[in-house]
Write a protein of this length. Structure first.
Length: 303
């Protein structure tokens, strides 16, 4: 299919191991690194560093989705993300755009973004499905209820794995009704979005329910609050955000073992090591025991 500019639509990378998506927040208020990469030059340098560390995709976002965050208008989001997306693409980095706005997605696709990471699952902007359908890029549909300001008011489930799977199935149907090729869809169970800690742990333990829906699955647990709560000190103070990377690695192992297509993380290099190691073990399980299993090939920079 063609992009809006008339060029052939790019493809997201594929490989026989779990992919690693590096998080690049060009925001002043993201929970982990807000403000660190708000300047274009600093953001581009960090994106290039993540790609050099092995990130298969660099996910550029200009709106924080932390609990309580305010919605950013498309014009401001475009100001934040477009110089970074454009420069990283020019440098040969495979880029996705983290946005709920069709206008921002379309602009990023025009300069070479290969994937739209939509934390609203297509609910925030009804035009998003038409943008994706018209360009043929991939679309991440994240399970989410409400907005960042009120999502925990909706964090009530009968059976969280079954409920999330059912609601994601509805989002698949809506995307297909909008003309999107189902083969372009990726699902994200939305850890932390309208979910308390127990729900997040249940979803991690039952990712097979989401994988069974058919589309590839992206998991984003990196440094999130439920990890900090788990690792709280004796006084009950959650582990600081910057000290949650070891726990994040454990969730990457779980996701890769469950058959996830990718993980979305802050600290790229050790997560790349993890997914390569899990892939080698998975390959060894099906390899005759006459020698050492070869490590699966890494994804190319652009598939």
């Amino acid at each position: 299919m063609l992009s809006r500019s008339g060029a052939a639509a790019p493809a997201a990378p594929t490989t026989d191991r779990c992919l690693v998506m590096g998080i690049l927040n060009v925001t002043p208020d993201s929970f982990s690194d807000g403000g660190r990469f708000a300047a274009t030059t600093t953001a581009v340098m960090h994106g290039l560093a993540m790609a050099a560390a092995g990130a298969d995709i660099v996910d550029v976002g200009g709106e924080s989705t932390r609990p309580g965050a305010l919605r950013v208008e498309p014009d401001e989001e475009l100001r934040r993300v477009m110089p970074v997306v454009g420069e990283l693409v020019r440098c040969g980095v495979t880029v996705s755009v983290d946005t709920v706005h069709a206008e921002v997605a379309a602009a990023a696709i025009d300069v070479g973004a290969v994937l739209v990471n939509d934390v609203s699952g297509g609910c925030a902007d009804p035009r998003m499905g038409h943008v994706v359908a018209g360009t043929g890029v991939r679309w991440v549909l994240t399970h989410h209820r409400g907005t960042s300001r009120d999502m925990y008011a909706h964090a009530h489930y009968d059976d969280v794995a079954a409920d999330v799977a059912a609601e994601l199935a509805l989002r698949i149907d809506a995307a297909v009704d909008a003309g999107v090729d189902p083969g372009r869809l990726i699902l994200d169970p939305g850890l932390g979005f309208a979910k308390h800690a127990d729900a997040n742990w249940t979803l991690l333990g039952r990712l097979d329910r989401i994988v069974a829906l058919g589309p590839p699955v992206l998991v984003g647990a990196s440094r999130k609050a439920f990890l900090g709560s788990l690792l709280a000190d004796g006084a009950g103070t959650p582990r600081p955000v910057g000290e949650r990377d070891a726990a994040t690695l454990a969730t990457t192992v779980l996701a890769a073992e469950a058959g996830a297509w990718g993980v979305r993380v802050h600290d790229v290099a050790p997560n790349v090591d993890v997914v390569r190691t899990v892939a080698a073990v998975r390959a060894a399980r099906t390899t005759p025991t006459t020698g050492t299993a070869r490590e699966p090939a890494r994804a190319s920079a652009r598939a």
